[in-house]
Design a protein around this ligand. Structure first.
Ligand code: GMT
Length: 378
C-alpha cells in the first residue's frame, strides 16, 4: 500500500507513534510518505520506502496567523496525485483531520477518492479539541473521517462523552519495539550521572501543566529523604524553569539532573530504577510504556488510559491524581528492597510485551484495508 502520514514532527507522543508506525509499515513493504512542517525527530533514516514532504507556510505580513491547514491540505493533494497514495493517516485531530478532509474534498473534484484514517491521541480530545472554539470543527472532522482510531479505551469513552458523534472508533493501543528498548547494560553511562549506591528515578515529558511537574519533584523529594537517589528530568517545556526553582527551594538541586530533549531516552531508561508519571490527564502514557519496556517500574496517577498500561502491583502502582503522599509511599516500597525492585522490573517488562509492535501494527493495516473498501465518497 502507499500510505501518507500526517503528524507533528516534535518529541510529543503522537509524533513518535506516527513515526514509529510509518517506519514499521515501511519495513513491512509499504511505501510511506510523511507530510509535516519539518522532518520528524525520530525519523532518522529516509530510504526507498520512506519519504518526507515538507509543508512550507510562507510568511505574509497581512496574516496575523499563518494558514497552516491551507498549506497542509494543498501539500496533501499534490503529494497524493504525484505518488498515487492509497490512504491518508492523520495523527492528532487538530488541525490534521480537518486538513485531511479538505484535501479529500479537493481530490474528489478531480475524480480521486482518498480514504482518511484519523487517530485520536489525547489532548486533541480531552483538552484542546473539546474547547468550544474548536469543538464544532473537530466533531465535523471525526464524523467525516473514513475510519477513526483511539489509543486507549479511555480515550474512546472520552470522545463519545465529549463529542456528539456516532462514529465507530477502533481502539488500537500504542506499541513498543521491544528490541529497541531491551534492558541492557551495554551503552549505559550510569556512572556519569549517579553514584553506584544511588537509585535512579526518571521522568520524561514535554513539561506542560498537565504533567504535574511539581508532583514529580515532591515525590522525588520524599524518596531521597529515605533512599539515596538521583532524579533524571528529560524534556523541555513551559514548566521547566519553575521545576528548577522548586528544586533549589527544596535544596535538592544537586540531586536533580535536567537533561532537556534527547533522542536517547532509552540510554537513560536502561539504568533507571523507577519512572514517575503523575499526570492530570493521560490518554495512554507512551513514555510509561517505553520505561516499562526497558524494565523500569512506573509510579503514576490512575487517570485516563494509564490503568490500561501500568498494571497496579505488577508493573508499578497507580494512585489518584495529586496524591503525592501515596505515590511517594509506593515509590519507596518499590525501591527499598532489591528483591521487590527486581520483581517489579520483571513485571514492567512482561506487561510491556503485551504492546509489542509486531502484534499491534497489523491492526492499523486492517483499518487501512477497511477504509479503502468503505471509502466515503463526498
Ligand atoms: O503527552 C503529551 O502531552 C503529548 C501528546 C501528543 O499528542 O503528542 O501525547 C498524547 O498522545 C500520546 C501518544 O498517543 C499518549 O501516549 C499520551 O498519553 C497523550 N497525552 C495526553 O493525553 C496528555
Amino acid at each position: 500500500m502507499k500510505i501518507g502520514i500526517v503528524c507533528y514532527p516534535t518529541f510529543g507522543g503522537s509524533g513518535v507513534v506516527a513515526t514509529e508506525l510509518g517506519l514499521e509499515l515501511s519495513r513491512k513493504g509499504h511505501e510511506v510518505h510523511f507530510i509535516t512542517y519539518s522532518q520528524p525527530v525520530r525519523l532518522e533514516l529516509l530510504g526507498a520506502n520512506v519519504h518526507f514532504h515538507e509543508v512550507h507556510v510562507p510568511n505574509y505580513p497581512l496574516f496575523h496567523y499563518q494558514p497552516y491547514e491551507l498549506a497542509l491540505s494543498s501539500k496533501i493533494v499534490d503529494m497524493v496525485k504525484a505518488h498515487q497514495i492509497d490512504v491518508l493517516h492523520v495523527h492528532y485531530a487538530i488541525p490534521h483531520a480537518y486538513a485531511g478532509y479538505m484535501a479529500k474534498k479537493m481530490l474528489h473534484e478531480e475524480g480521486i477518492e482518498l480514504p482518511i484514517v484519523t487517530t485520536l491521541h489525547g489532548t486533541d480530545i480531552t483538552l484542546v479539541g473539546s474547547h468550544p472554539f474548536y469543538k464544532t470543527a473537530v466533531t465535523f472532522s471525526i464524523n467525516k473521517s473514513d475510519a477513526v482510531t483511539s489509543v486507549s479505551q479511555s480515550l474512546k469513552d472520552d470522545t463519545q462523552r465529549l463529542f456528539s458523534t456516532n462514529k465507530e472508533i477502533t481502539v488500537i493501543p500504542n506499541f513498543i519495539d521491544l528490541e529497541k528498548h531491551k534492558p541492557s547494560v551495554k551503552n549505559c553511562q550510569r556512572d556519569v550521572l549517579a553514584e553506584p549506591h544511588e537509585r535512579v528515578i526518571t521522568h520524561v515529558s514535554n513539561f506542560r501543566t498537565v504533567k504535574r511537574i511539581p508532583d514529580v519533584i515532591h515525590i522525588f523529594d520524599a524518596i531521597q529523604k529515605e533512599i539515596p537517589s538521583k532524579l533524571m528530568m528529560i524534556g523541555e517545556g513551559p514548566e521547566r524553569e519553575k521545576a528548577e526553582q522548586l528544586c533549589t527551594h527544596l535544596n535538592i538541586e544537586d540531586k536533580v539532573v535536567f537533561l532537556g530533549n534527547t533522542n536517547e531516552v532509552n540510554k537513560i531508561l536502561c539504568f533507571s530504577d523507577l519512572f514517575l508519571l503523575p499526570s492530570q490527564t493521560e490518554s495512554f502514557g507512551l513514555s510509561a510504556l517505553e520505561a516499562m519496556a526497558s524494565g523500569v517500574p512506573v509510579v503514576s496517577s490512575n487517570t485516563g488510559g494509564l490503568p490500561e498500561v501500568n498494571i497496579n502491583k505488577v508493573s508499578g502502582f497507580l494512585s489518584a491524581v495529586g496524591d503525592v503522599k501515596s505515590m511517594s509511599q509506593n515509590a519507596i516500597q518499590i525501591l527499598k528492597n532489591t528483591n521487590d525492585l527486581e520483581a517489579f522490573k520483571k513485571g514492567a517488562r512482561s506487561t510491556a510485551a503485551k504492546f509489542d509492535i509486531h502484534q499491534i501494527v497489523p491492526a492499523y493495516e486492517e483499518v487501512y484495508k477497511t477504509a479503502l473498501k468503505n471509502c466515503i465518497s463526498i
